[in-house]
Write a protein of this length. Structure first.
Length: 477
């Protein structure tokens, strides 16, 4: 991406007939804490040729399936805010910004990002729809297809990167603990293991994973790993000296902010796939924002500090070896296993997006996409993904600026809209935001591009949506 910093970075269900009969037209449940009923026009519902499941993208989640409370969502998003890719993203900021500058960029970027992420999560609880299906309310039935395709492509990429990151870390740990000729250092073995694990979790679905695994014991293991790594850092590093050491200036602060905010914003196209199962809007917002902020800020900050203290060369293997030196490598191993949850979320949501496009069963699509991600991880080398990370902001940040304004201001959290194939005002606002992002990134990289493009797209949607209100009349129930 021209004008942006280009330093190296090494990486990010079974239905029943009774359930089908109990499901109702999109958005007919109460909207979170509101007493209103967000009924969607029947013309907005695309008929399915197969028996739908709990995770069918176009069918609103019924009330009895909305089981996620604040603790569930905190556990989920704390876990998704943690990972090897988060540590390594923090390492990317370390040389240019130093410890103090990096922590400030991470704090501000994560704070703004989680507030936007949690607000988009409320849209899922208001409508009961998946992320891509909810976009039809803002962009129209055909207009939502383009972001669904883009989301599918980027999620396959993210899922593959996650498997590659886990493979390389596990191979390094295996070679360090045993020998380079050991079977436990085999990249093929670990690629198949982590690809299979992530695929299995994706096929089982988030309801099973969050409530049966993550909430009961997974969250406690992650907290123990983070505390252990933090204690090791305070015990062995001279943090006062690191704090006083300035960065080398190779990265503008605005780019560091963009990279930090890109981590929570990378989940914008996915969050409604999980928040649609939330009981109340306030639990969705609070659990998501607090959980992701703590996890992401904590781990990205550790990535910065460990890089400056123990791996000043910035090499990925040096950072991993430094992390492996804490607690006999057990904390790193726990975080490595947690990375499979990020891959699970990528694969599951890719399947949901595919189900929106292809009308096939989500569970079967999850299996196929998991195999594709594993094959890509086997065949593709680990390349730089910083520009890929920033590109997400260029497409999806402006899009959800449009969606947030449309949902909360123009429609006032209602899902009652007249049917339309394309909603041109929203599409034009989105295009304006994307154009702004690339203009700023190429001509004015020092001021950042993600947040300005999101705000501009939202303002364009506000103006155009009110000026051209045709086709937006409330549909009759």
């Amino acid at each position: 991406m021209g004008g942006a910093y280009t330093g190296p970075i090494a990486s990010r269900l079974s239905p029943t007939l009774d359930l089908w009969r109990s499901q109702v037209p999109c958005g007919s449940q109460p909207a979170g804490d509101s007493d209103q009923y967000n009924n969607k026009s029947p013309s907005e519902i695309t008929p399915l040729s197969i028996q739908p499941s709990t995770y069918s993208p176009d069918i609103a989640v019924p009330t009895d399936k909305r089981v996620f409370g604040g603790r569930d969502l905190f556990s989920l998003w704390f876990s998704l805010g943690i990972g090897l890719m988060v540590l390594q993203t923090g390492a990317l900021l370390a040389p240019g910004l130093g410890l103090s500058g990096s922590l400030l960029a991470i704090f501000l970027g994560t704070l703004v990002g989680v507030l936007l992420l949690a607000a988009v999560g409320v849209i899922g609880s208001d409508t009961g729809l998946s992320s891509m299906a909810a976009l039809k309310l803002s962009l129209g039935k055909r207009g939502a297809s383009l972001p669904a395709v883009l989301n599918l492509l980027q999620l396959i990429g993210w899922g593959s990167f996650e498997i590659i990151v886990m493979r390389d870390a596990a191979s390094l740990l295996g070679a360090r603990a045993f020998s380079e000729s050991s079977v436990l250092s085999s990249p093929l073995l670990w690629t198949l293991f982590f690809g299979g694990l992530a695929t299995l979790l994706a096929v089982s679905g988030p309801l099973t994973f969050v409530r049966q695994i993550l909430r009961k014991w997974g969250i406690w293991l992650l907290l123990a790993a983070c505390i252990w790594l933090t204690w090791n850092l305070f015990a062995k590093a001279d943090l006062a000296a690191l704090w006083a050491q300035a960065g080398d200036g190779s990265m503008p602060f605005a780019v560091g902010f963009d990279i930090a905010i890109a981590m929570p914003l990378s989940w914008l196209p996915l969050i409604a796939d999980y928040s649609r199962f939330g009981k109340r809007a306030r639990n969705v917002f609070g659990g998501t924002a607090v959980g992701f902020f703590i996890g992401n800020f904590w781990l990205m900050s550790l990535g910065v500090a460990y890089t400056l203290a123990f791996a000043p060369s910035g090499e990925v293997n040096a950072l991993l070896l430094a992390l492996a030196g804490a607690g006999l490598g057990i904390p790193l191993l726990l975080i490595l296993l947690d990375e499979s949850e990020n891959a699970f979320a990528d694969i599951h949501s890719a399947a949901v997006s595919s189900g929106f496009l292809l009308r096939l069963k989500v569970e079967h699509l999850a299996l196929a996409i998991g195999v594709i991600c594993t094959l890509i991880a086997l065949l593709a080398p680990l390349a730089q993904y910083q520009n890929f990370l920033l590109l997400i902001g260029s497409v999806f940040a402006p899009l959800f600026g449009v969606v947030l304004v449309d949902h909360f201001i123009l429609r006032k959290r209602s899902a009652q809209v007249a049917s339309a194939a394309l909603r041109w005002p929203a599409l034009l606002a989105w295009l304006g935001g994307v154009s702004t992002y690339h203009l700023l990134a190429n001509l004015y990289p020092d001021i950042g591009a993600t947040l300005p493009s999101l705000i501009l797209a939202g303002l364009l949607q506000l103006v155009l949506g009110r000026a051209f209100s045709y086709g937006r009349e409330t549909a009759r129930a």
